[in-house]
Structures are given as structure tokens and as C-alpha cells.
Design a protein around this ligand. Structure first.
Ligand SMILES: Cc1cc2nc3c(=O)[nH]c(=O)nc-3n(C[C@H](O)[C@H](O)[C@H](O)COP(=O)(O)O)c2cc1C
Length: 217
């Protein structure tokens, strides 16, 4: 074992989570913690690790940005033909993880991802900076390319082709909306005796009902 790495150790002392103080509604609990993360100086408070699986059950992860929580769905945007996009088309199960180091907190979410309606994706796409819109049109995300120059040439060519026009969202780019079936909220505590609460969806309709249980650290 590398002694320098194994010596890195930090006590987590910044907060606690109790059954009496957590919300009965996981979305409300998430909103509280996201709000704390947005105001505590965290570098990328909306960044989340999205895990998907291949058809033969191999997991893969990458970071994406949460762009909204709407109607009980966590929304992010990506290329539908990317590795994650293709995996979600074959198997919509997804896990999302937020880590807010400044707060010594993490949230895990598991659920089902589906494509956003085209009008939702259009609405978000139109708010993106011009260069990001061009980039989304020309990048064959996750495919092997020959060189950086190849992608820059494609970018310049597309920008010239669309000069003076509205840059439309390409069909292979848009949102995924994740409907959670499980949440876990983790607050670091001293001596590794962390607080963990799990919400599992007991009933989806007519109103979502959640079972809340404390987990061992
Ligand atoms: C902070 C951060 C934010 C990112 N946000 C996104 C995003 O919102 N959408 C996206 O497609 N890729 C985003 N990426 C890039 C992805 O992590 C990943 O490289 C890309 O989506 C391709 O993943 P895939 O090949 O597994 O599909 C982000 C990366 C970082 C580090």
C-alpha cells in the first residue's frame, strides 16, 4: 500500500442527518441539499456521476450536469448516440450520484431514464451558448476520431454553413429524464459513523409514497 495515500484521512464533522429533520419527501430533501451545495462554494454543485450498464451487465460511469428537477424527474442533456445514450436505449436503468465535498454529503439516486419530449430538449438547446449548439451538432460523442483538428474543421464548417441562421437542435442530441425509485442521503460523521437514509418508492400512484429507513454507515 502507498503509505502517502493510505495516510490521507479526514474526520467528517460538518453536519448530521436525523429521522426527525429529514423531509418525508425525497425531492424536498434533495432540494434542501442542492440549495446548500449551490451556496457553499462547491465548484460544480450540479455535477453528478451517471452510471449505466452495457447489455452484458458491465457498468460504466461519467459526469453529467443536472439541468433541472421537473415533475419528479432529474433532467440532463447529452448525445443520444453516445455510449451512455446507446446503453440507456437498451436498458433504461440508471444511477446518479452527487458528491458535495465541502458539505461532506453525497446523494445516490436510482431510477429509470427516458428521453425528454423533443419540445423540452428544443427549449433547453435554444438557451445554450452558440458555440455549444454548434458543437452538439458536429460531435459524434464517444466515437473514435483521428485528431482534434478533425473536430475543429467540422466545427468551423458547420458554423460557416449556418451563418445567420438559427442553430437547430440535432435529432441525436437531447434530454434524459430520470424518474427515481430510490434515493440515499449520506452525511459524513465522526469516526466513520455516518448518517445514511434510504427512501424507496412504496407506491407510485396516485401520490408517490416513500419508505424511509436508516442504513448502517
Ligand atoms: C463537470 C463535467 C460535466 C459534464 N457534463 C456533461 C453533460 O451534461 N452532458 C454530457 O453529455 N457530457 C458531459 N460531460 C462529459 C461526460 O462526462 C462524458 O465524457 C461524455 O458525456 C461521454 O460519455 P459516454 O462516452 O460515457 O457517453 C461532463 C464532464 C464533466 C467533467
Amino acid at each position: 500500500m502507498d503509505s502517502q495515500l493510505s495516510d490521507i484521512r479526514k474526520e467528517y464533522k460538518k453536519g448530521k442527518l436525523t429521522r426527525n429533520t429529514i423531509s418525508e419527501n425525497p425531492f424536498e430533501q434533495f432540494a434542501r441539499w442542492l440549495d446548500d451545495a449551490l451556496h457553499c462554494g462547491e465548484d460544480e454543485p450540479t455535477a453528478m456521476i451517471a452510471a449505466t450498464v452495457s447489455p452484458d451487465g458491465r457498468p460504466s460511469t461519467r459526469t453529467v450536469l443536472l439541468k433541472g428537477v421537473e415533475n419528479g424527474r432529474f433532467i440532463f442533456f447529452t448525445n443520444y448516440e453516445s455510449r451512455k445514450g446507446r446503453q440507456l436505449a437498451a436498458n433504461p436503468h440508471i444511477s446518479l450520484s452527487f458528491v458535495w465535498h465541502k458539505l461532506e454529503r453525497q446523494v445516490h439516486i436510482e431510477g429509470i431514464a427516458e428521453r425528454c419530449a423533443p419540445r423540452e430538449s428544443d427549449a433547453y438547446f435554444s438557451t445554450r451558448p452558440y458555440k455549444s449548439r454548434i458543437g452538439a451538432r458536429i460531435s459524434p460523442q464517444s466515437r473514435v476520431i483521428g485528431s482534434r483538428m478533425e473536430i475543429i474543421r467540422a466545427f468551423v464548417k458547420e458554423a460557416a454553413k449556418l451563418a445567420g441562421q438559427t442553430v437547430q437542435r440535432p435529432d441525436n442530441w437531447g434530454g434524459f429524464a430520470v424518474t427515481p425509485t430510490r434515493f440515499e442521503f449520506w452525511q459524513g460523521r465522526e469516526s466513520r459513523l455516518h448518517d445514511r437514509f434510504r427512501y424507496t418508492l412504496r407506491e407510485a400512484a396516485p401520490v408517490p409514497a416513500w419508505t424511509i429507513l436508516r442504513l448502517a454507515p
